[in-house]
Design a protein around this ligand. Structure first.
Ligand SMILES: [Fe+2]
Ligand SMILES: [Fe+2]
Length: 334
């Protein structure tokens, strides 16, 4: 079966699983599912070592059990005052945000389709489904606030499915880490109405679950691949990081219906941080906030499951570097 067709089949069966999401859940149900989406522990005793059946089953169960059944079509978008509306519509992130979710869905579904292990296949297919729901949430927001959008490019099934999945997975690890901090910052500053913050809160937590899954998939994949494949895989991982660094330094361009060129940063973090410069936070403080939020969002999940480590390590290095620089400066000044 061709990859595209097979991926669609997986998505279709998932759409059926989730076709009975509640329209208007009670307050109690909402509280319960929100709690369950943030807390999960495996009943299995002992260590959960990547490569073992126990670890793999726990990862898949975590992803299934923490599913939040919210429905994008019933979100009540709050009416915004002109200033807030302008702040939101002028953020140059909407095109790239919608397209990123669309691409993530396709890439995850394509990769899920390649995996033969039923547990990992199930978890990754669900992840793809959730990316599509993110896209729906964003599409609804764009409609509700009349945000002008560039036409979406066609979503093409990747030729190198593993590479595309690695790029998407590591991108999510980087972007989610910074998004956690920026989201908390925006909330504290009262930059957006509370209802909007509450609408996006489950989406944020979902990204936390996604990168938790990715970190554990990666460990499982490394542990179960034949040893002779490992060097080439590690080279590809390095390649992905180089690609991400290059992509984040570059600018993405898109053309709207009138043929006008829109320039936008290729990630939420840089753009988001620029938009929040009015909030006057130093880079090390922002990094610390990202680290705290990262810890907080992961704290409810079984500590035996692995967490992404590279981006937090970069954040800690930035904090250390800034402290060192301060010390050097004060020595020079003295
Ligand atoms: Fe997403
Ligand atoms: Fe995601």
């Amino acid at each position: 079966m061709p990859v595209r067709h097979a991926a669609n089949t997986v998505m279709k069966s998932l759409a059926e699983i989730y076709s009975h999401l509640p329209d208007a859940p009670s307050e109690k149900t909402l509280e319960r599912v929100d709690y369950e989406a943030r807390h999960w522990s495996s009943p299995i005793q002992g260590p959960l070592k990547p490569g073992t059946e126990e670890h793999k089953r726990a990862v898949a169960a975590m992803f299934r059990d923490t599913f939040n059944p919210y429905k994008p079509s019933v979100i009540d978008w709050p009416k915004l005052d002109p200033e807030t509306l302008h702040r939101i519509t002028s953020l140059p992130i909407w095109d790239i945000a919608v397209q990123t979710e669309g691409k993530a869905r396709l890439r995850m579904a394509a990769y899920a389709d390649m995996i033969t292990d039923p547990d990992m296949k199930d978890a990754l297919s669900r992840n793809a489904w959730e990316e599509n729901r993110h896209k729906e949430v964003l599409t609804k927001l764009v409609e509700a606030y009349n945000i002008p959008m560039a036409p979406e490019p066609p979503y093409v099934t990747p030729k190198d499915t593993e590479w595309a999945y690695l790029v998407t997975g590591f991108s999510e690890c980087v972007d989610s880490f910074f998004a956690f901090g920026l989201f908390a910052l925006a909330e504290r500053a009262g930059l957006f109405p509370q209802e909007l913050i509450e609408t996006f809160e489950p989406v944020m937590q979902e990204e936390c679950r996604h990168i938790l899954l990715f970190a554990n998939w990666l460990a499982w994949h490394r542990a179960t691949m034949p040893f002779w494949k490992r060097p080439w895989f590690e080279l590809r991982v390095i390649g992905v990081w180089l690609f991400l660094a290059y992509e984040r330094m570059g600018l993405a361009r898109s053309i709207d219906e009138n043929g006008e060129e829109h320039t936008q940063d290729n990630n939420f973090t840089v753009t988001g941080a620029k938009d929040m410069t009015t909030m006057d936070i130093s880079l090390p403080d922002l990094m610390q906030l990202c680290l705290d939020e990262d810890d907080r969002r992961f704290s409810g999940y079984d500590p035996r499951l692995l967490r992404p480590t590279t981006t937090p390590m970069i954040a800690r290095a930035i904090i250390k570097g800034a402290k060192l620089w301060d010390r050097v400066r004060s020595k020079i000044a003295a």
